[in-house]
Ligand binder design. Structure first.
Ligand code: PEP
Ligand code: MN
Length: 333
């Protein structure tokens, strides 16, 4: 529910409405628009009698948010959300953010070479998994805490904030300890609600990937879990979904990406690497993602893809990452 105040409503009137709503055990979010103030009511709206709210001084109208996700919807907040990571990096602020790096951190040399290379070519953030959620238990599972340390050190040395995946609630303190700049919640954990809640409670920005079979509504409701814990620094990631088509790993769902830009105020990035599953399709899909309105790209880069311990087939070399950067620049400069 959104309570829209008259444009003549005073600060005191707004405060009074907020107090009345709080007395009904509901949370509020006061939004200052150009013309007037609106108060978003979060929680079970049946606790509040609409007629009584309408009679409060300064109230103009009540709008009901029709979607099951509330706080992440554009109905609730019309302006784009900007998620700021550092002085130089912000999602949703106009200039797309390019996140690049290996699927997994494998060694100090590997992450340093890649960090240096992608920074030089214009990446804004460094990625690299330390805890890898692999389909097979026999595949490389990541370096664990040491991977976090190496990733952060490589990011710091090259002036790149870092994003890396957390797969388990018990590992979250390590992300804080190593000053990880953004926590990735992977496709396989999009509906791990306990992880969403606990990751949200760290207050760190969250990169939330779409589950491989999740609907747009389920995706936005997962983001709503994070908002509901008071963390509004959420960047969505379209990373491809499963369909009947078997010729590529997944399908980059640009329909949903463009739709989400309309129905939600959250920034969203495209992941052409996990969508395509093969390096030669990554650059065209990155261009397509930006053309469809993505606020950035997350892409896997490895200095020796043939030797990568995970996702080598879809990893770009540093040379082909340069082509991607040149092509992407044409899409937005
Ligand atoms: C990844 O980013 O390396 C990853 C495992 O992605 P996803 O969760 O989208 O499969
Ligand atoms: Mn990967």
């Amino acid at each position: 529910m959104i309570i829209v105040m008259q444009n003549t409503a005073t600060h005191k009137m707004v405060e009074h409405v907020v107090r009345v709503v709080a007395e009904h055990d509901l949370k509020t979010e006061v939004m200052h628009g150009e013309q007037r103030v609106a108060i978003g009511v979060i929680g079970d709206r049946t606790k509040l009698d609409e007629g009584n709210v309408m009679r409060l001084p300064g109230v103009k109208e009540i709008l009901l948010v029709s979607k099951p996700y509330k706080q992440v919807s554009r109905e609730f907040k019309p302006e784009n959300t900007i998620v700021k990571i550092s002085e130089e990096v912000a999602f949703g602020a106009g200039k797309p953010v390019i996140i690049a790096g290996p699927c997994g951190v494998e060694s100090e040399d590997q992450i340093n070479i890649i960090a240096k290379g992608v920074k030089k070519l214009g990446a804004g953030m460094l990625r690299g998994g330390a805890f890898k959620p692999r389909t097979s238990p026999y595949s490389f599972q990541g370096m664990g805490e040491e991977g976090l340390r190496l990733l952060k050190a490589a990011g710091k040395a090259n002036g790149l904030p870092v994003v890396t995946e957390c797969v388990s609630v018990q590992d979250l303190p390590l992300f804080e300890k190593h000053k990880i700049d953004m926590i990735q919640i992977g496709a396989r954990n999009m509906q791990n609600f306990d992880l969403l809640i606990k990751a949200a409670e760290t207050g760190l920005p969250i990169l939330l990937k779409r589950g491989m079979s999740a609907t747009v509504e389920e995706f936005l409701l997962a983001a709503e879990y994070i908002f509901n814990r008071g963390n509004k620094n959420v960047v969505l990631c379209e990373r491809g979904i499963r369909t009947f088509e078997q010729s590529t790993r997944n399908i980059l769902d640009l329909n949903s990406l463009a739709l989400i830009k309309e129905i939600s105020h959250l920034p969203i990035v495209a992941d052409p690497s996990h969508s395509a599953g093969r390096y030669d399709l990554v650059t065209p899909l990155a261009r397509a993602g930006l053309a469809a309105g993505a606020d950035g790209i997350i892409v896997e880069v490895h200095h020796k893809p043939d030797e990568a311990l995970s996702d080598g087939k879809q990893s770009l070399t540093l040379e082909s990452f340069e082509t991607l950067m040149n092509d992407c620049r044409k899409c937005y400069i």
